[in-house]
Design a protein around this ligand. Structure first.
Ligand code: PLP
Length: 377
């Protein structure tokens, strides 16, 4: 049987990883400034993570949500503490798309309304509602098309006000990434997030903060929307949550009440997933990784802004976009094949940095040196 060929892949077989370094089957070392697409939050094969998963696997890998799962409650308590959202409620699932699907659905259960405001260049996932609020017609199948989504220009407060003025009583939710990832590392202005909060309050709409990529400490705060000093009603999370183990979830404001059967999943919140999630939070807390993401991120941004070939540097903490001119469109390939450094991409010609939150200064310098070399060759 062949694989269903949907991914354009690099001819590299990574077989081992430790911290921010990975190794291919020939033993070649690579610096991982991509974190396997923002997933590796505490570094590859972190010893505490490996031990916690190993211990859990020897005890029990899985049992369904039909029984008490104390480790889920333990994870919820730790997440409340580390994120500062103690009074929120946790629902666990398995991926970012699923988290957004549940968030949009829950919002509609809550206020009985149907329309969603989303923004240009947004990416929220590939399941039916998540892809419907994603601004990329190429990945929206005819069956996903709906009249319930209103796309507005990014960060346009007047357009947002107008949409609420026209459809306020129909708008169930507003979904926004605190920093657009696939959209090219676009930071949502704080005033825009504050405007969303106040309009949602006025019109009984739900503010959904898609934190799948920009959350979990990546920006130096637990949720990037925290910079605006406002709380969303629902935060969706996934990528960094399990450091590679498929874990997703939403945290839900106390104003939204649960009811039996409202949401559900077979795999979400299983014992192994919770062990992975707890290990990640324990390391984030113990090693002060929010502070490290902030410090190393600021350093990288400051150094990158000095480079005259760079058009623009955007982002916060360790979620950084470097926009390059057209003539430097080979930069990522050169970084990978000449310097053995993984990075991410976004259109047009943006190099995305999404490394582990415990990236060291030495590794940041190794990247900067190679990057300068690539720009000057
Ligand atoms: C902001 C955002 N939301 C949702 C998703 C979808 O997550 P998943 O691929 O785990 O379904 C992604 C994935 O890249 C994302 O970046």
């Amino acid at each position: 049987m062949n694989l269903f060929d949907v991914y354009p892949v690099n001819p590299i077989n990574i077989v081992k990883g430790q911290g921010s370094l990975v190794y291919d089957n020939h033993g070649t070392e690579y610096l991982d400034m991509y974190g396997g697409h923002a997933v590796i939050s505490i570094g590859h094969t972190h010893p505490h993570y490996v031990k916690r998963l190993e211990d859990q696997l020897h005890q029990l890998g899985f049992y369904s949500n039909s029984i008490e799962i104390p480790i889920q409650k333990e994870l919820a308590a730790k997440l409340g503490k580390v994120s500062g959202k103690d009074d929120y409620q946790l629902f666990m699932c398995n991926s970012g798309a699923e988290a957004n699907e549940n968030a949009l659905k829950l919002a509609s259960f809550y206020n009985g309304k149907k329309k969603v405001i989303a923004f240009t260049k947004a990416f929220h996932g590939r399941t039916s509602l998540a892809v419907a609020v994603t601004d990329n017609p190429k990945i929206v199948a005819p069956i996903n098309e709906t009249d319930n989504v209103i796309f507005l220009p990014w960060a346009d407060e007047a357009a947002l006000e107008q949409a609420f003025a026209g459809h306020g009583n129909e708008i169930s939710s507003v979904i926004i990434e605190g920093i657009q990832g696939v959209g090219g590392i676009q930071v949502a202005p704080e005033s825009f997030l504050q405007k969303i909060r106040s309009l949602c309050d006025q019109h009984n709409a739900v503010f959904i903060a898609d934190s799948v990529q920009c959350g979990y400490g990546r920006t130096g705060k637990f949720f990037s929307q925290d910079f605006a000093g406002v709380n969303a009603d629902i935060y969706s999370m996934a990528k960094g949550m399990g450091n590679g183990f498929p874990v997703g979830g939403i945290i839900i404001s106390p104003k939204i009440q649960p009811a039996y059967g409202m949401l559900g999943t077979t795999f979400g919140g299983n014992h192994l997933a919770c062990a992975a999630g707890l290990a990640v939070l324990e390391v984030i807390e113990e090693d002060n990784l929010l502070q490290n993401a902030s410090t190393i991120g600021e350093y990288l941004i400051k150094e990158l802004k000095k480079l005259e070939q760079v058009k623009e540097v955007r982002g916060r903490g360790l979620m950084i976009g470097i926009e390059l001119p057209e003539e430097l469109s080979n930069a990522r390939k050169d970084l990978l094949f000449k310097h053995h450094i993984f990075t991410g991409e976004a259109k047009p010609n943006v190099v995305r940095l999404l490394p582990a939150l415990n990236l060291t200064k030495a590794h940041a310098d190794r990247f900067l040196e190679a990057f300068v070399n690539v720009l000057n060759q």
